[in-house]
Write a new protein. Structure first.
Length: 89
């Protein structure tokens, strides 16, 4: 259980950083928000890949799941950025 949580945080951090790299421009957020949005994107990607598409476990790396997770995290980063800009103005 402990290692699953650590693995999810590490996977989420990678997804969050990749999502921020995909989006042009600068996003004003710290690493904690990046990891949190990455974890949320990773969980959404896993849910879409396993739950909606029914692909489950495959042998090797699930590249499509990674792409879905990065896309979901990018949408979350865009939503967070637009909400934080509105609250500042």
């Amino acid at each position: 259980m402990f290692w699953n949580i650590i693995g999810t945080i590490i996977f989420g951090a990678v997804i969050g950083v990749l999502a921020r790299l995909v989006i042009p421009g600068k996003q004003a957020m710290g690493w904690v928000i990046t990891v949190a949005l990455g974890v949320a994107g990773a969980l959404i990607g896993y849910w879409v890949w396993d739950g909606l598409l029914g692909q489950g476990d495959t042998s090797g790396v699930d590249w499509i799941r990674w792409l879905i997770s990065i896309g979901a995290a990018a949408v979350l980063v865009l939503a967070y950025t637009s909400m934080s800009r509105k609250s500042r103005s």
